[in-house]
Design a protein around this ligand. Structure first.
Ligand code: SAM
Length: 297
């Protein structure tokens, strides 16, 4: 790492933050990684090779960024907290392949940022995410349409459980279906609070999303698909018949007929449906809405 400050050493990180009078902001989810083994596993999970680009969300003091810069050809990091600018100027000094953008990542047009990666064969996302905004960030990435390779993110353990869950389990919900539509998800590593300063009051987990070239299922209308999924889970204890007839304004007999024609037992609950079944249901509802000429996804 030549003459960079080695932030994997806790004393160096503390000294750097102290020098710049940095105060942690809980509301920005600032829990900085201080465990070298976890850092190594996160970067390994991204499977970087020369020629790769990395988009990092929330570089903080630059602990992860420093390592990414050694393995990738180009790193673009988006940080919301401008108070970290003098810290990052110091920790990333001399790394010519890193660009830091100070902005809320949700306000960033990813298609514009992707121009920075024009020399990169593949682009992955690596981030120790601010937990308060995990779900919007995941959808901002997945729905942007930018070509992503791996997305390796630290999230709250409960969110990791939801991301990987399948039908019939208690953690399976609209988030599981929506993310699995775009990506194959697996857990990489469970992380204890002591791996961060300050320690968060929740357990964490690193997950990897391998983004699919094509979504997992074919649907006639993506907006309608997500609406059907949300409706299916609207009230978890209610049957599909109740949830769908209520959400789409169908009569119960009409809705029962639609479900039976789709091969889905009307008294099942949304939490038992596979992605494939949600897709079939979307096609049937699409047909029905079109034939009724009342189509507004
Ligand atoms: N990557 C660093 C590390 O691992 O030590 C810091 C991770 S910390 C959990 C989350 C970082 O995201 C903080 O630096 C925080 O300021 C930043 N952040 C919070 N909300 C953000 C947002 N909406 N857009 C971009 N960065 C954000």
């Amino acid at each position: 790492m030549s003459d960079q400050i080695d932030l994997a050493r806790l004393s160096s990180l503390r000294e750097l933050l102290q020098t710049h009078g940095f105060q942690f902001k809980k509301q920005l989810g600032q829990n900085f990684l201080v465990d070298a083994r976890v850092l190594e596993r996160i970067v390994d999970a991204a499977d970087l090779i020369p020629g790769d680009g990395v988009f990092e969300i929330g570089p903080g003091a630059g602990v992860v960024t420093q390592v990414l810069a050694q393995q990738a050809t180009q790193v673009v990091a988006v940080e919301k907290d401008r108070a970290l600018a003098p810290v990052l100027d110091t920790s990333l000094a001399g790394l010519n392949n890193v660009k830091v953008v100070y902005a809320d990542v949700l306000d960033v047009n990813l298609n514009e940022v992707w121009n920075e990666f024009s020399n990169c064969a593949r682009v992955s996302v690596v981030a120790n995410l601010p937990y308060y905004v995990t779900t919007p960030i995941l959808f901002h990435l997945l729905e942007s349409g930018v070509p992503l390779h791996n997305v390796v993110v630290m999230v709250q353990k409960e969110v990791a459980d939801r991301l990987v869950s399948g039908p019939g389990t208690k953690d399976y919900g609209a988030l599981s279906v929506a993310v699995q539509y775009y990506a194959e998800v697996d857990k990489v590593l469970r992380v204890h609070p002591g791996a961060f300063i300050p320690p968060p009051n929740v357990e964490s987990e690193v997950v990897r999303l391998r983004v699919r070239k094509q979504p997992a299922v074919i649907v006639p209308d993506q907006t309608l698909f997500f609406r059907v999924v949300r409706a299916g889970f609207a009230m978890r204890r209610k049957t599909l018949l109740n949830n769908l007839s209520h959400s789409f304004g169908f009569t119960k007999p009409d809705c029962e007929h639609l479900l039976l024609c789709t091969g889905i037992e009307p008294r099942r609950r949304g939490e038992t449906l596979s992605l494939d079944e949600f897709a079939r249901l979307t096609s049937a509802i699409y047909e029905k809405l079109h034939s009724n000429k009342e189509y507004t996804p």
